[in-house]
Design a protein around this ligand. Structure first.
Ligand code: HEC
Ligand code: HEC
Length: 372
């Protein structure tokens, strides 16, 4: 899919805001529109209700529908163990979990992820909560069509370093560990362990990583105390003046989730101060379309307060800086999307926005399983 055009995106922003409770005839405020959904006056806050999308109906997470599978629990248990097991990597140094840890919001702490031998990978590890809601659009550039294909690529490639041609041998090695032998048999009765079964189990485990219990979710479900006043003002900025929902629409906070093959935008990350031929071309590598040059998938903002550093190259260290960059129009370059713009937020509005994003912390964490 090509980078979304201005028209379709403006329409989806309208939808997002309409879905958030605005009346149909209220156009969403354009970038640089009249300041203020909330005006602070001497310590008190006066607010125009019509400009408060946070107080309208807010979208909640749809259930993740999965086909019936009598062995799902056993597959998940196997995938869970494998996800945490460094014995799956080429040299015993890395598990999937190594780069998707709880302490870092289940994204990575290194700006660029470090594979076996501490070899830097081209990109930063993204947060993997709700990853099963992506449709044929895994990785920052959406090049991988399924969770199974993605797991296989991570396992064979630089992340785990095993090599495409050694996956079966590695499977045999792991499956010969007595505890694993029994787990494979329980999950896939009568089938010989294979690389296909390993990635199938990993994918089933990842489908359990659903985050739908943030303060935002509770607020959207009617618990009006779940978000603080500052967070509610921040949500107004997010849905209104800040225009963040154009690309990070609730309830996923990534408009690429639940969208066939995702959506991709050039916001300029990784383009500054580099000769053009050294820029990570992102989505363009997948589609060859010039309009996709240096365009990337908007990540979900769930768990964002815990997942510094930010962006596909980990180039921004703090959430405050990341939000500032997003609210002031991104980084100018030859392909910057027209959907970025300076939203002219005050310091107070930006602070509220950051507060709101803290309301997207997921309640759950990945549990360390008992390894065979
Ligand atoms: C060395 C660090 C590292 C290891 C180990 C690792 N990953 Fe990742 N993971 C990354 C990076 C970096 C990306 C983004 C790469 C890109 O977009 O090109 C990523 C992306 C992903 C994504 C895609 C998320 C999205 O938004 O589309 C999933 C799912 C994922 N990893 C799961 C796994 C699984 C399963 C394993 C084990 C087989 C694994 N990872 C091992 C670093 C790692
Ligand atoms: C035109 C679409 C678009 C708009 C509008 C937009 N974003 Fe983004 N956002 C993206 C894309 C694309 C990325 C990833 C870019 C990359 O890494 O190259 C991103 C990344 C981010 C990140 C980093 C997340 C991470 O895990 O690395 C944050 C934080 C963020 N956006 C917040 C916001 C806020 C707050 C607003 C509103 C002020 C906003 N965005 C508006 C498209 C958008």
């Amino acid at each position: 899919m090509r980078t979304q055009t201005k028209t379709t995106l403006a329409a989806s922003l309208l939808l997002a805001v309409a879905g958030a409770g605005c009346k149909k005839d209220e156009a969403p405020p354009a970038g640089g529109a009249k300041p203020g959904t909330a005006k602070a006056t001497g310590g008190t806050t006066t607010v125009q209700p019509a400009n408060r999308p946070s107080q309208g109906k807010l979208p909640t997470m749809p259930p993740l529908t999965l086909p019936d599978d009598a062995k799902r629990a056993e597959k998940v248990a196997l995938g869970h163990a494998l996800f945490f097991d460094t014995r799956l990597s080429v040299d015993g140094s890395r598990a999937c979990y190594s780069c998707h840890q709880n302490e870092h919001g289940n994204g990575g702490k290194d700006p660029l992820a470090l594979g076996p031998g501490d070899k830097p990978l081209p990109r930063h590890s993204p947060v993997i909560w709700n990853v099963a809601y992506f449709q044929e659009a895994f990785y920052w550039d959406g090049r991988s069509p399924s969770l199974e294909a993605q797991a296989k690529a991570a396992w064979a490639g630089g992340n785990m370093g095993v090599g495409e041609d050694k996956l079966e041998a590695k499977t045999a090695e792991v499956a010969s560990i007595p505890g694993y032998k029994a787990m494979f048999e329980a999950a896939f009765p009568g089938q010989a362990p294979s690389a296909e079964l390993v990635v199938s189990a990993l994918a089933e485990y990842e489908r359990t990583l659903v985050c739908n219990d943030t303060a935002y979710d509770k607020f959207a479900a009617g618990d009006k105390a779940a978000l603080s006043e500052a967070q509610q003002r921040g949500l107004d900025v997010f849905l209104g003046k800040g225009m963040c929902a154009a690309c990070h629409a609730p309830p996923f906070f990534s408009s690429a989730m639940n969208a066939p093959k995702g959506v991709y935008f050039n916001i300029g990350i990784g383009t500054a101060g580099k000769p053009e031929d050294q820029v990570d071309v992102g989505r363009m590598k997948v589609t060859s379309a010039a309009g996709d040059w240096a365009a990337f998938k908007p990540p979900s903002l769930r768990n964002v307060s815990k997942s510094a550093p930010y962006f596909h190259d980990g180039s921004v260290a703090t959430l405050d800086e990341a939000v500032k960059l997003m609210a002031t129009g991104g980084i100018a370059n030859k392909n910057l999307t027209a959907l970025m713009g300076d939203r002219k937020l005050s310091d107070a509005e930006r602070a509220d926005l950051v507060e709101f994003l803290k309301g997207l912390d997921c309640g759950g964490k990945l549990e360390q399983p008992k390894l065979p």
